[in-house]
Design a protein around this ligand. Structure first.
Ligand SMILES: [Zn+2]
Length: 277
């Protein structure tokens, strides 16, 4: 049979992060594992309902909303967990800080211990999981965190699992910087992604090639309006931040993750000014 792709969208209302279950005739592959305790347990339940073993877990990038839930799928790390070494390193470097930042906010929904990748992959690798071939692209820091990858499934689905490389109809998390690299990566990987029909993304509905130029335009609008609102300084005060936020919400009235707009403003302002003299 052709592999079947199931989308799990989190019940958690802020991020509504996606995870995916790829079902083959005999086995399952999980792509990303959600943030909260409830969501990762529900993801596990959906996988269990298919009554096939999990052959492997893929982690696209190192943010908590994509890796934390691994704990409820493979608490002892006894399933192959695939990721770039840079993703593993980022998890190691940020786990403690993320716990400190978010544990109190999420309470019992916060997963207190991360399970780490145990199968490290690198750029250009073809990784076989459950009989499926995935081509791995290491896109470096040019995405929504400092370590990001694309997983291109080489079967008739023509499916690309791209993590948070594109935010489909959602405001983008840009707080970790590297916007210029991100824009460059959209340009660089467009010819690669052109061959794939469906992009399975971390937030929002699955999308296609047209979403690449939309994402680029989003960045240009964002940067342009950061400079406009701050009179070219990149430094916000309370009022200019509100003006900026309102402008972005007006340009994209139907986009989710609205809190991302103000969240990323300072970081983008800073990055823009680091390029000036
Ligand atoms: Zn995410």
């Amino acid at each position: 049979m052709q592999s079947k792709i199931h989308v799990y969208t989190s019940g958690e209302p802020m991020l509504k992060v996606n995870a995916f279950i790829i079902e083959t005739a005999k086995e399952l592959v999980i792509v990303d594992t959600t943030l909260t305790s409830s969501d990762s347990k529900a993801l596990k339940q959906q996988a269990d309902s298919l009554d096939k073993p999990i052959a492997g877990i893929i982690l696209t990038h190192g943010h908590p909303d994509h890796v934390a839930g691994t704990y409820n799928l493979a608490p002892k790390g006894d399933i192959p967990i695939f990721a770039l070494s840079s993703v593993k390193k980022l998890m190691e470097e940020t786990e403690e800080a993320k716990h400190k930042q978010w544990a109190a906010v999420f309470g019992s929904e916060w997963i207190p211990k991360w399970v780490y990748p145990n199968q490290l992959v690198k750029d250009g690798d073809t990784v076989k999981i459950a009989g499926l071939n995935f081509n791995v692209q290491d896109i470096g820091s040019g995405g929504d965190c400092d370590a990001n990858s694309l997983w291109l499934l080489e079967d008739d689905n023509k499916a690309a699992f791209i993590g948070d490389f594109i935010y489909s109809k959602n405001h983008t998390y840009m707080n970790d910087g590297s916007i210029l690299r991100w824009i460059a990566n959209l340009e660089k990987y467009a010819p690669v992604l052109k061959d794939f029909k469906t992009y399975y993304v971390g937030h929002g509905a699955s999308c296609d090639f047209a979403s690449i130029s939309k994402q680029k335009q989003y960045f240009l609008n964002y940067c342009n309006n950061v400079l406009k609102a701050t009179d070219g300084t990149g430094i916000f005060n309370e009022e200019s931040r509100k003006t900026f936020e309102q402008t972005m919400l007006t340009i994209y009235p139907d986009y989710g993750c609205q809190f991302m707009v103000a969240l990323s403003a300072d970081a983008v302002g800073k990055e823009l000014m680091s390029h000036s003299h």
